[in-house]
Write a protein that binds this ligand. Structure first.
Ligand SMILES: C[S@@+](CC[C@H](N)C(=O)[O-])C[C@H]1O[C@@H](n2cnc3c(N)ncnc32)[C@H](O)[C@@H]1O
Length: 189
């Protein structure tokens, strides 16, 4: 798998243009129903930083990405904030968080990698910690611009998450077309 797409200047600039109109407000409003204001929140795969800007109004957010190209831009645009270079699969940090958020990041992981990520998320969450993740809804997987897109259904997400998280919300929403996306919010068991 070629995961360089997010790591070169040209493709990062292309992604930022493609994603400029994506509105994450609906996801973050749902997170706010479950995660108290001022909680310490880790964002995985902050990318262009659109969600980070909204999240930091209500939370003490630590942004992260595995791409140095995205991270350097995030740091330059948010000089007072903290960012970590983290791979979503291994989440190598000693820090503990009240919540973990990602928007359209975990579809790049195989189910085996997602299982590893879920174990690490449990490790780095405080008791009763909250997760909020979005996925592309569908079956199977495909490769787009050299990147894995691993689709999920309600059922596949239940199987992956339910042993570790009480599911507080599992709902479909529209990113581009009705029902093309899923949001999962869970509380650490
Ligand atoms: C589709 S973009 C979403 C970016 C941002 N969350 C948004 O909503 O615009 C995927 C992001 O996840 C990052 N990413 C992909 N695989 C990752 C991994 N294994 N670990 C950490 N970040 C990853 C990419 O660098 C990119 O920033």
């Amino acid at each position: 798998m070629n995961d360089n797409y997010y790591k070169t200047k040209e493709s990062v600039e292309e992604y930022i243009k493609l994603a400029k109109d994506v509105n994450s407000g609906q996801l973050i409003r749902k997170l706010k129903d479950f995660l108290p204001t001022n909680s310490l929140l880790l964002e995985i795969g902050s990318g262009p930083g659109t969600d980070f800007q909204i999240l930091k109004k209500d939370y003490r957010v630590v942004g992260s990405d595995f791409s140095a190209e995205f991270l350097n831009r995030l740091i330059n645009n948010n000089i007072d904030n903290e960012f970590l270079k983290l791979d979503a699969i291994t989440l190598k940090t000693e820090k503990k968080f009240d919540g973990i958020y990602s928007n359209k990041v975990l579809q790049h992981l195989t189910n085996k990698e997602l299982e590893k990520s879920i174990h690490r998320q449990v490790d780095i969450l405080n008791p009763d910690g909250i997760i909020c993740h979005s996925f592309w809804k569908g079956k199977g997987d495909e490769v787009f611009k050299g990147l894995l897109v691993n689709y999920q259904t309600d059922e596949s997400l239940r199987i992956l998450f339910e042993d570790y998280f009480e599911l507080l919300l599992l709902d479909e929403y529209k990113e581009f077309e009705d029902g093309d996306s899923l949001i999962l919010i869970g509380k650490k068991k």
